[in-house]
Design a protein around this ligand. Structure first.
Ligand code: FES
Length: 276
């Protein structure tokens, strides 16, 4: 006769109890400092678009044709005429939703902000388990909303395409007849690097990897299987270092905005590469 196994009740342990001897707290601490700084900066950038020299999220600010550096927080730049708030608010939900539902960021903020658990083999806060057996993880509200990640991926790809266009438009532009429509400055390089790092982050997305390679048991038997396999391999290469791309792309977005903002406020001189 099979007896149902019984387990002794778990003894609650204070938060942070562990037998680990390493500095397990260092990663959550650095995550907290880095991510909180970025979120604070993003909120400030989003809600304070104007400065003493006019619009400081793009430089130079001009109505006509010409090269322009546009902060990635404000791209794609749009807003109906009745919208009197920061245009960044209309854009922010796309990259924010993408990052907030990203598999890596979920792990990071569950650990860093909810300490649930703060690290492997370290006792947690029981934050979501105050009522025994009520914890349903990401299968119930609110965390089931994390499943929207694939939809945010589509929006993120759209934003990424616009960022590449912004970067190239800061180099190539329509100029009056007889003048070269070419400019290459430090800002152009910054925008190109920013788009490249965001591409590495976006194209390493777990949801994208599943989209291109999921539900395939046999590459050679499936429709366009060889092409899918090649794309899946590329996505997998980026996916291997998804955490790294998440951080460097996030920092680069902040630094790109900072550089354009300092230019617009006349706090740094324009650096233009002399051969162009
Ligand atoms: Fe991180 Fe999709 S899992 S961006």
């Amino acid at each position: 006769m099979n007896a149902t196994p019984t387990f002794p009740p778990r003894t609650p342990r204070p938060l942070g109890t562990t037998q680990r001897q390493d500095r397990w707290w260092l990663e959550p601490l650095l995550n907290f400092i880095g991510f909180t700084t970025f979120v604070g900066y993003s909120l400030w950038v989003t809600f304070s678009p104007t400065g003493p020299h006019g619009l400081n999220y793009e430089w130079p600010h001009r109505p006509g044709p010409g090269w322009t550096y546009l902060s990635p927080f404000y791209s794609p730049l749009f807003g109906p005429t009745w919208w009197h708030f920061s245009p960044a608010i209309l854009v922010l939900w796309m990259p924010l939703g993408f990052r907030a539902t990203c598999y890596y960021y979920r792990k990071m903020y569950y650990r860093t902000y909810f300490a649930d658990p703060p690290a492997c083999a370290v006792s947690d806060t029981k934050f979501w388990q105050r009522k025994p057996r009520s914890y349903q993880g990401e299968t119930a509200f609110p965390w089931i909303l994390q499943n929207a990640h694939r939809w945010f991926l589509y929006f993120a790809i759209y934003v990424l395409a616009v960022l590449w266009i912004d970067a190239f438009q800061s180099i190539f532009f329509r100029a009056p007849a007889g003048q070269p429509g070419l400019h290459f400055g430090l800002g152009s390089a910054v925008l190109l690097v920013n788009a490249a790092l965001l591409s590495a982050y976006t194209f390493g997305c777990h949801a994208l990897r599943h989209l291109v390679g999921g539900s395939v048991d046999c590459w050679s038997c499936s429709r366009i299987g060889r092409a899918r396999h090649k794309v899946w391999q590329v996505v997998s290469r980026f996916n291997e270092h998804h955490m790294l791309w998440a951080w460097v792309s996030m920092i680069c977005v902040g630094l790109s905005d900072l550089y354009i903002r300092l230019l617009a406020m006349n706090d740094v001189p324009l650096t233009r590469f002399p051969w162009l």
